[in-house]
Design a protein around this ligand. Structure first.
Ligand SMILES: O=C(CCC(O)(O)[C@H](Cc1ccccc1)NC(=O)c1ccccc1)N[C@@H](Cc1c[nH]c2ccccc12)C(=O)O
Ligand SMILES: [Zn+2]
Length: 597
């Protein structure tokens, strides 16, 4: 009948207006909980979720009815909006909504409040941030590292384990009530519009695995030099607690043990930040200045007024794990993080501000489209900019690194030290970024269950990362619970995708900026041409399938690991030479990997 398209468009206009208001309400309630963890604030979220679930289900049903009409009359855009609205996995029964909400807030609260007390002195109980993070980064004492590693898992694992088991039941019930096979399938469809993402990521990892194994062999040798073969086997996996990070997800924080040329002056940025009396505010302003140099937006007045950028000292319990929030009103954007003055935090600030830049670029879109082209895109924005910031050239511009001089041999050595640092953050992360959701997808499928949560976790940690627990583990432990994204129920494959596509993005932006030469030396600072290209892609939000957005920025339509491999090519040659007498890889069949090393 005449006007069906107009009626559909009117329905969508009303839907998006209401969705923006509702998203803002939910974001405010989440913000209040994350910045003041209490049962009362959790209850407010729970009550809102009951009402929101009913509205989501009603709207998804109406969208399905619109799609049943003569869809030939509808524009591509109208069809896409209806399709996205039907991608909902809300629980039907209020009691289920309440129980699942309660389980999630309990798990988050255990993690966010987690503290580790030194034996016999309850006075000195250490939270994860900043205390345990700093200990894992700075201690070179095998047993002290082991104490922190095991204690954090004791504090978070067993208490979260049974909550998580029940939580998964509700997650799958929500997915199945809405026609999805399980929650893992729903995650792959809603975050990437591709339920076969699991096969795609396996193929991508296979392309970077040889380079990862070279890095692993090199690092293992360096750790043998530091701790001895008594603790680190030259043919086996690396003990999980020696890599400078609580989850061994990034290894750049022990660069001093690992860099190829330790005697070459490569001033460490953290001490430069401290020597120059950088404040948290100045770190944020430095990041903002980079985005503005590309022609991107300043942070808003409300951003500076309402963000939480330092851990409160008034006794409030907060979620320190960094996040960036969009209040869906085109002016209120906030970052929440417990900032410390060091290089890794400067990097995280760029990561979080990248989220805010995306929020601002797509704020004109209808609310249903205010998301990343896929979830990996959202994680890649800030990291891509940080690839320029991290270059010695840019750090020198910021006066955080001394001039790198003209001595050709010296430059070559400093270049390898720089590439090693980047590899220890980016390459080391890839298997970790892959395995968390491989574990969770199997949990949602029922292939992994409460009887083997930890066994399957350490199988994956051994198989993909070549990491093993330093002490025996059992099914009374729940080591996945020690990583924020599991108790917080935040999908993780987005970071694996991000760590590949950010190099694709950087290659395209460097080309737009007219950079010639190796892309690991590219700094797009002040290139408005690069900025224009990036903004053009970001402003799409999720209004187009992600291959279209990828094409707008890079000219390609798929995830292409050749960019990261090209970036690290000089290091790969170095590693192959360095490793000529090493066993590449690690024993897969260590009799019982749960037995610890
Ligand atoms: O978790 C984060 C950063 C936090 C976040 O910005 O990704 C945050 C996570 C979060 C999601 C939901 C609720 C609370 C926190 N995500 C966002 O703020 C966000 C913003 C817009 C859209 C989607 C998510 N990074 C990951 C992976 C990672 C990124 N860069 C790294 C560098 C080195 C090592 C790890 C990482 C990690 O720490 O394991
Ligand atoms: Zn992020």
């Amino acid at each position: 009948d005449a006007g069906v398209e107009e009626k559909a468009e009117a329905w969508l206009k009303d839907y998006n207006t209401k969705l923006a208001v509702r998203s803002g309400i939910a974001c405010n309630l989440n913000w209040n909980y994350e910045t003041n963890i209490s049962n009362a604030n959790a209850k407010k979220i729970e009550n809102n979720q009951v009402e929101q679930a009913e509205w989501n289900r009603k709207k998804a049903q109406e969208a399905r009815e619109w799609l049943k009409k003569k869809t030939s009359k509808f524009s591509e855009d109208t069809l896409r909006q209806f399709k996205l609205i039907t991608m909902d996995a809300s629980l039907r029964d209020d009691a289920d909504v309440r129980r699942m909400s309660y389980l999630l807030s309990q798990m988050e609260s255990i993690y966010d409040k987690g503290k580790v007390c030194r034996p016999h002195s309850e006075a000195s109980c250490l939270p994860l941030e900043p205390d345990l993070v700093n200990l894992m980064m700075t201690s070179r004492d095998y047993d002290e590292l082991l104490w922190a590693w095991k204690s954090w898992r004791d504090v978070t694992g067993p208490p979260i384990r049974d909550l998580y088991r029940e939580f998964v039941v509700f997650q799958n019930k929500a997915a199945k009530e809405n026609g999805f096979a399980d929650m893992g399938e729903f995650w792959r469809i809603s975050n990437f519009e591709d339920k076969n993402l699991d096969k795609i990521v396996d193929g991508l990892f296979d392309q970077v695995k040889p380079l990862y194994q070279q890095l692993h062999a090199y690092v293992r040798r360096k750790l043998i030099n530091q701790y001895g073969e008594k603790y680190v086997s030259p043919t086996g996996p690396i003990p999980a607690h020696l890599l400078g990070n609580m989850w061994a997800q990034q290894w750049d924080l022990i660069l001093d043990l690992l860099q190829p040329y330790p005697n070459v002056p490569s001033v460490d940025v953290t001490s430069a930040l401290k020597k120059q009396n950088y404040t948290v505010q100045k770190m944020f302003k430095t990041a903002e200045a980079f985005f503005c140099s590309l022609g991107m937006d300043n942070m808003t007045k409300e951003f500076w007024e309402k963000s939480m950028v330092v851990k409160p000292t008034d006794g409030r319990e907060v979620q320190c794990h960094a996040s960036a929030e969009d209040f869906h009103n085109a002016s209120d954007y906030r970052i929440k993080m417990c900032t410390e003055i060091d290089y890794d935090n400067l990097y995280v600030i760029h990561h979080e501000m990248g989220h805010v830049q995306y929020y601002m670029q797509y704020s004109h879109q209808p609310d249903i489209y205010r998301n990343g082209a896929n979830a990996g895109f959202h994680e890649a924005v800030g990291d891509t900019i940080a690839l320029s910031v991290a270059t010695p050239e840019h750090l020198h511009k910021l006066k955080l690194l001394d001039d790198i001089g003209d001595d050709k041999e010296l430059r070559e050595k400093q270049d390898l030290n720089f590439l090693m640092k980047m590899a220890l953050q980016k390459l080391a992360f890839l298997p970790f970024g892959l395995l968390i959701d491989k574990w969770r997808w199997d949990v949602f499928r029922g292939h992994t269950n409460a009887s083997n949560y930890n066994q399957k976790w350490w199988d994956l940690r051994l198989r993909y990362q070549g990491i093993a627990p330093p002490v025996p583990r059992s099914e009374l432990d729940f080591d996945p619970g020690a990583k924020f994204h599991v108790p917080a129920n935040v999908p993780y494959i987005r970071y694996f995708v991000s760590f590949l596509i950010q190099f694709q993005f950087q290659r395209a932006l460097c080309d737009a900026a007219g950079h010639t030469g190796p892309i690991h030396h590219c700094d797009i600072y002040q290139s408005t041409a690069a900025g224009e290209k990036l903004k053009k892609m970001l402003s799409l939000g999720s209004s187009r399938p992600w291959p279209d957005a990828m094409e707008v920025l890079t000219g390609q339509r798929e995830i292409d690991p050749s960019a990261i491999l090209e970036y690290f090519k000089p290091l790969q040659d170095f590693l192959v030479k360095e490793n000529k007498n090493e066993i590449i890889g690690w024993e897969e069949n260590s009799e019982d990997l749960m037995a610890g090393l």
